[in-house]
Ligand binder design. Sequence first.
Ligand SMILES: Cc1cc2nc3c(=O)[nH]c(=O)nc-3n(C[C@H](O)[C@H](O)[C@H](O)COP(=O)(O)O)c2cc1C
Length: 174
Amino acid sequence: MNKIGLFFGPIGGSTHKAGQIIAKALGNENVDLIPVKEASVETLKKYDSIIFGISTLGRETWDGIHTKNDWDLFMPIIEESDFSSKKVAIYGLGDSVTYAMSFVDHMGILAEKLENAHANLIGAVATDGYSFEESKAMQNGKFVGLPLDEDFEDYLTQERVDRWVAMIKPILLG
Ligand SMILES: Cc1cc2nc3c(=O)[nH]c(=O)nc-3n(C[C@H](O)[C@H](O)[C@H](O)COP(=O)(O)O)c2cc1C
């Protein structure tokens, strides 16, 4: 059976922690947890089933105004890859209180880049139970992936993950 490649960034924060929770829910034996910082086109090619984890940290994440972060460096690799034969799911870390107007925006921006690279995205999540104003991560009234808020709603993370994993696990491992 092929393993799931769970690619996340940055290392050491909430996105990393959520990756570990998701991997555990999927069964650690089914998942390789890989920081995007350490991944290449070749690493991506090894996996037919992929989960990407990203946080939303403001414009500098994308414009590279400050130091280049993990996702700045990895995004060109996404753009030059072809995901048409792969199953891809995304989770995104955000803060629905302080950043209610841009909640998990980068999950949406990543989804757009993946779709341009012919990804077949799975694991869209209904907005029920989330309070926010605006999000670029919305498509057809749903989130393109799983939003998690470790800043204000960490007590909801486990049940959100469990529900999402129940949805995506049979597809990713099928
Ligand atoms: C400078 C900065 C900007 C942020 N901007 C947003 C934002 O626009 N939307 C959002 O949902 N969360 C935003 N957040 C919250 C982070 O996404 C959240 O704290 C997340 O858990 C960080 O994950 P990490 O520790 O893996 O980087 C921002 C946080 C910081 C520090």
